[in-house]
Design a protein around this ligand. Structure first.
Ligand code: FE2
Length: 254
């Protein structure tokens, strides 16, 4: 679009400066972008939450870099609207309280399930941090390192893991998340949570440390996939950054 605009300016200048000349037809450069669903110009790392204890952590990629599996418009809206919204609300919830100086993990472990505002927004902040962290452009493929070893040990194979994880994700009724967690005895387990709950929250029946997660809220896929959540999940596997998953495993084991 920029090139067309520049070409228009040049033509307009030519007309105004040389009205008696004969105009020659010029080729309008074609756009070279491969982004078909949307074009974004903003930088995710410019996105800031309102002042408060918790910050947006940025993305390791641009909004369009997860295409064709996640479209730029969805990633931008998801990060710069939904995720920021949770973060702003979390900052509001902890402002002036003892929670302000705690880490997000400490807040989640000790959270009161009846405090739905804090529960939804602390969960929304943390869950999305992990989601963005473990995705990346040109990733996917089979797990590597410790993740490969543990997935084979606890699920039999990566294909068996994918099948169970997809079944869990498609089976979430309404909005929620699918998780791969490490339980206290070191075993990997697949669980789901509703809304913005997560497996660190003290009141959860099955608790554990989140190794990777999948957002199955409609805001995560509906623009591109409409009601085809299963297709979204198939393509999610093509974005998992196993180095980041291994980093999370190491983080927990230290
Ligand atoms: Fe989300």
């Amino acid at each position: 679009m920029k090139k067309v605009f520049i070409a228009s300016i040049i033509i307009a200048a030519f007309i105004s400066c040389n009205k008696k000349s004969t105009l020659e037809e010029v080729d309008v450069p074609q756009a070279t972008s491969t982004t078909t669903t949307s074009e974004t110009t903003s930088n995710p790392n410019d996105v800031k939450a309102n002042e408060g204890a918790f910050k947006m952590l940025g993305l390791n990629y641009g909004y369009a870099d997860l295409e064709p599996y996640m479209d730029a418009k969805t990633v931008e809206t998801h990060y710069a609207k939904h995720h920021v919204g949770y973060t702003n609300n979390l900052n509001e919830a902890v402002k002036g309280t003892e929670l302000e100086s705690k880490s997000i993990e400490e807040i989640l472990i000790g959270i009161d399930g009846k405090d739905s505002f804090l529960r939804n927004n602390a969960g929304g902040y943390y869950n999305h941090n992990i989601f963005w962290e473990i995705l990346g452009p040109k990733k996917g493929g089979k797990p590597t390192g410790k993740a490969a070893e543990l997935i084979t040990r606890d699920f039999g194979s990566y294909d068996a893991f994918k099948e169970q994880f997809k079944k869990a994700g498609t089976g979430v009724f309404g909005s929620g998340w699918a998780w791969l967690i490490m339980t206290d005895n070191g075993a990997l387990k697949i669980i789901t949570t509703a809304n913005q709950d997560n497996p660190l929250m003290g009141f959860q029946e099955i608790k554990g440390y989140p190794i990777l997660n999948l957002d199955v809220w409609e805001h995560a896929y509906y623009l591109k996939y409409t009601n085809k959540r299963a297709e979204y999940i198939d393509n999610y596997f093509k974005l998992i950054d196993w180095d980041k998953v291994n980093y999370r495993i190491d983080l927990h084991r230290k």
